[in-house]
Design a protein around this ligand. Structure first.
Ligand SMILES: *C/C=C(C)/C=C/C=C(C)/C=C/C1=C(C)CCCC1(C)C
Length: 218
């Protein structure tokens, strides 16, 4: 329900910001919309079968994670020209991370090697936004408010996204019984989605509003 409410909020708020920032807010609303819809499916699976809705969760992530990655590209593009290579490298890292996560969780691959490969994809993304070209462009050409939003967004990719591998670890790698570990897994993933979809959107909303108000004041 929080995802539904956030969707309404982000869409309505697009009216309040300047043209360049509308896209970013629209994408934030799409992320929460796609996730909200999948949560209705996931709830049905959980209530009706008592099993973990892995497939719906990964369909959701396969759509929403690339959209979140697009946000990095969009907020930099609202400021300066950004090479498309950054975009493709981030998408590649995200898909690599998710495909191995799915193979592990769905039982197509042993859980530990899948975890390690998936972690490598995540580290690749972190490297790109800190040490790579995306980080450099931000440091060189963004105004202070965008720089601070970029920094907050990337700390979400480190700290907020870290909740997911913790969930995976608690769910599959601690050796506790499947009954309790599946409950933990789902609770941790659900909380992570609130932080990383709604929280991330709110950060973008904050910069979008402050940058737009600055323009209006000129
Ligand atoms: C809206 C959904 C988001 C932001 C989902 C993000 C998911 C991850 C960062 C998942 C990462 C994983 C690892 C780094 C290792 C274990 C397997 C995963 C897929 C849970």
């Amino acid at each position: 329900m929080a995802l539904v409410a956030a969707t309404a909020f982000f869409f309505v708020e697009t009216q309040r910001v300047t043209a360049k920032w509308k896209t970013s807010l629209t994408v934030s609303g799409l992320v929460t919309l796609v996730a909200a819809w999948h949560y209705f499916y996931m709830r049905d699976v959980w209530v009706n079968t008592g099993s973990t809705p892995t497939v719906y969760r990964y369909i959701d992530w396969m759509i929403t994670v690339p959209l979140l990655i697009v946000e990095f590209y969009l907020i930099l593009s609202a400021i300066t020209k950004v090479p498309a290579g950054i975009f493709w490298r981030l998408i590649f890292g995200a898909l690599f991370m998710l495909v191995f996560g799915f193979l592990g969780e769905a039982g197509y691959m042993a859980v530990l090697p899948a975890f390690i490969f998936s972690m490598a994809g995540w580290f690749f993304i972190i490297w790109e936004i800190y040490g790579g070209q995306a980080g450099k462009i931000n440091a060189e050409s963004s105004p202070p408010s965008v720089q601070s939003a970029f920094k907050l967004m990337r700390s979400i990719v480190v700290l907020g996204w870290a909740i997911y591998p913790i969930g995976y670890f608690l769910g599959y790698l601690t050796g506790s019984g499947p009954e309790s570990s599946m409950k933990t897994l789902n609770i941790v993933y659900n909380l992570a989605d609130v932080v990383n979809k709604i929280g991330f959107g709110v950060i973008i909303w904050t910069v979008a509003v402050s940058e737009s108000d600055k323009l209006a004041a000129k």
